[in-house]
Design a protein around this ligand. Structure first.
Ligand SMILES: O=P(O)(O)OC[C@H]1O[C@H](O)[C@H](O)[C@@H](O)[C@@H]1O
Length: 329
């Protein structure tokens, strides 16, 4: 695949006149395959890779150096524009769930984003291991959500880790607020064998109980039925321990205090048209989110969050796993 060369206009030359210069900003491949959705392939020298769609600004694949997929994608996912894609890491903005008047989880996951050649104040990406995307409010969106914004996302692939850095800038002349989530569809061997550590003793809103508030009593979260909870004020590190796959996925995050844990289980999976009947067994969503307290931005202000997904070496998972070491080590 030929490297992508992005043309940018910038000031330059004698006398400071404006001229267009070709600058090779990014060297990753932009693939336009059968489904018509442009995707970017990120690679890194260690051998891992990631695929990112401009549609939704959505990471849809993250593979380790052994080519094992670490994210879940529904067997019935519809990879077409105008439909949220069931898998990877959808971006929920400017509304999580139905906590507002907009479509479920906001419109960002259903829009075509663009490459961001000017991610200031971050320097532009110059490697095939990272990419910057941007979504700006359109006239159409301003009709339903009348706030002018710029939503940016930097995606960085590193050896054994994937980092996402979302930013939202208020381009309006009045303050606005929003809720936000990076919905991490994680691939697991068998969800009923998975433990999530780091959320014990925390309060959560249970969406299966009309959003009522509870306090987690269990030592770790395990799964034997549908779960749809917003855990509040969660720690910067959460461990998703997959005994069968002999690996632990560690979610680290900042600026995103809440964590949604979601699995539709058997009945709801069957009711979702883009979800395979048995797919619920091999997935778990553990999100980085800001839901309880919406983020408020004054004009020109920018909010920045981040999350890092990483895989802890299998030696941790061979029966001697001490989750405390993973969480606090
Ligand atoms: O089907 P989606 O729009 O992607 O939403 C998937 C799920 O997300 C959240 O966790 C909501 O609380 C659920 O009610 C919803 O079913």
């Amino acid at each position: 695949m030929a490297p992508a060369v992005i043309l940018v206009a910038r000031r330059g030359g004698e006398g400071g006149e404006q001229r267009a210069v070709a600058e090779e900003l990014m060297t990753w491949s932009v693939v336009n395959d059968g489904d018509g959705l442009p995707r970017i392939i990120l690679t890194e020298p260690g051998g891992s890779s990631a695929e990112v769609l401009l549609y939704g600004g959505q990471v849809i694949s993250w593979k380790n150096d052994k080519r094992e997929e670490l994210l879940f994608m529904s067997s019935k996912a519809v990879l077409k524009a105008h439909k949220a894609i069931r898998g990877g890491v959808p971006i929920c903005f400017p509304q999580f769930g139905n906590l507002g008047s907009l479509e479920q989880h906001g419109f960002a996951r259903n829009r075509l984003w663009a490459l961001d050649s000017c991610p200031s104040p971050l320097p532009p990406s110059r490697s095939n291991s990272s990419v910057d995307l941007i979504l700006k409010s359109t006239d159409e969106d301003l009709k339903t959500w009348p706030r002018s914004f710029e939503l940016r996302l930097r995606i960085i692939l590193g050896p054994g880790k994937l980092t996402l850095i979302p930013r939202v800038r208020n381009m309006d002349n009045k303050a606005f607020s929003f809720t936000f989530a990076m919905r991490n569809y994680l691939s697991v061997s068998d969800v009923s064998e998975v433990r999530v550590e780091g959320l014990e003793t925390l309060d959560y809103f249970d969406n299966l109980m009309k959003g009522e508030r509870f306090t987690e009593q269990a030592d770790a979260i395990t799964f034997d039925g549908e779960v749809d909870r917003v855990y509040l004020s969660t720690p910067a590190k959460i461990a998703i321990i997959d005994h069968e796959k002999k690996r632990t996925l560690v979610l680290k995050k900042g600026g995103l205090p809440d964590s949604v844990v979601w699995n539709p289980w058997e009945k709801k999976a069957k009711a979702l048209p883009d979800f395979g009947d048995d797919d619920y067994k091999s997935m778990l969503c553990v999100d980085s989110a800001a839901i309880e307290n919406p983020i408020i931005l004054k004009p020109r202000e920018e909010w920045k969050g981040w999350e890092e997904l990483s895989i802890v070496s299998s030696s941790y998972c061979s029966g001697q796993l001490d989750p405390r070491k993973v969480l606090y080590g």
